[in-house]
Design a protein around this ligand. Structure first.
Ligand code: SF4
Length: 64
């Protein structure tokens, strides 16, 4: 199963990933960084779009 890794040290809190895929990502209201809300059962186009749209490359998909 694939796993989404979001590096909060890289995240600049631009809010793009929750907009692109609100099922998978949400903003952490204490740190103003994004976090994984729920690991997706499969890598959908919405997940891929969010990964590609991140301006700092903070989100990666780990295949195992
Ligand atoms: S798109 Fe990237 S920088 Fe923007 S909130 Fe999501 S993880 Fe953070």
């Amino acid at each position: 199963m694939s796993k989404i890794i979001l590096d909060q040290n890289k995240c600049i809190g631009c809010n793009t990933c929750p907009l692109m895929d609100p099922e998978t990502f949400e903003m952490d209201t204490t740190t103003y960084k994004a976090k994984v809300k729920k690991q997706p059962e499969k890598i959908t186009d919405a997940v891929k779009s969010a990964v590609e749209a991140c301006p700092v490359g903070a989100i990666t998909i780990e295949e195992n």
